[in-house]
Ligand binder design. Structure first.
Ligand SMILES: [Zn+2]
Length: 67
Protein backbone atom coordinates (compact mmCIF):
# COMPACT_ATOMS: atom_id res chain seq x y z
CA UNK A 1 0.00 0.00 0.00
CA UNK A 2 1.26 3.36 -1.02
CA UNK A 3 0.84 6.69 0.70
CA UNK A 4 0.68 10.18 -0.70
CA UNK A 5 1.16 13.30 1.34
CA UNK A 6 -0.21 16.56 0.04
CA UNK A 7 0.57 20.08 1.15
CA UNK A 8 -1.83 22.99 1.35
CA UNK A 9 1.12 25.30 0.68
CA UNK A 10 1.11 24.42 -3.02
CA UNK A 11 -1.47 23.44 -5.64
CA UNK A 12 -1.42 21.92 -9.11
CA UNK A 13 -2.85 23.58 -12.21
CA UNK A 14 -3.53 21.74 -15.47
CA UNK A 15 -0.32 22.68 -17.29
CA UNK A 16 2.02 19.89 -18.39
CA UNK A 17 5.06 21.79 -17.16
CA UNK A 18 5.48 24.12 -14.21
CA UNK A 19 2.11 23.11 -12.83
CA UNK A 20 3.01 23.61 -9.17
CA UNK A 21 1.97 26.95 -7.73
CA UNK A 22 2.47 28.46 -4.31
CA UNK A 23 -0.74 29.24 -2.45
CA UNK A 24 -0.01 32.97 -2.77
CA UNK A 25 -0.45 32.44 -6.50
CA UNK A 26 -4.24 32.34 -6.84
CA UNK A 27 -4.45 31.63 -10.56
CA UNK A 28 -2.27 30.13 -13.29
CA UNK A 29 -1.66 32.71 -16.03
CA UNK A 30 -1.35 29.97 -18.66
CA UNK A 31 -4.27 27.58 -18.13
CA UNK A 32 -6.27 30.01 -15.96
CA UNK A 33 -7.01 27.38 -13.34
CA UNK A 34 -7.76 28.86 -9.96
CA UNK A 35 -6.23 27.71 -6.73
CA UNK A 36 -9.71 27.14 -5.34
CA UNK A 37 -10.69 24.57 -7.96
CA UNK A 38 -7.35 22.77 -7.99
CA UNK A 39 -5.95 19.96 -5.86
CA UNK A 40 -3.16 20.38 -3.38
CA UNK A 41 0.28 19.38 -4.63
CA UNK A 42 1.99 16.19 -3.57
CA UNK A 43 4.93 16.79 -1.29
CA UNK A 44 7.23 14.58 -3.36
CA UNK A 45 6.39 16.61 -6.50
CA UNK A 46 7.13 19.89 -4.76
CA UNK A 47 10.48 18.53 -3.63
CA UNK A 48 11.22 17.03 -7.06
CA UNK A 49 10.07 19.98 -9.20
CA UNK A 50 10.89 22.98 -7.04
CA UNK A 51 13.62 21.59 -4.83
CA UNK A 52 11.94 22.94 -1.70
CA UNK A 53 10.57 21.01 1.25
CA UNK A 54 7.05 22.16 2.19
CA UNK A 55 6.26 23.13 5.74
CA UNK A 56 5.39 19.85 7.51
CA UNK A 57 2.71 21.61 9.56
CA UNK A 58 0.74 22.25 6.37
CA UNK A 59 0.90 18.76 4.97
CA UNK A 60 -2.09 16.46 4.99
CA UNK A 61 -2.53 13.33 7.00
CA UNK A 62 -1.38 10.20 5.25
CA UNK A 63 -3.98 8.47 3.20
CA UNK A 64 -3.79 5.19 1.30
CA UNK A 65 -3.78 5.06 -2.49
CA UNK A 66 -4.49 2.01 -4.57
CA UNK A 67 -2.31 1.40 -7.58
ZN1 LIG B 1 -1.44 26.21 -15.53
Amino acid sequence: MNTIITTSEYWNCECIKQYIHHKNDTQCKKCEMSRYESPDSHVNEVIGELGVIPDPRQTSAFFPVQE
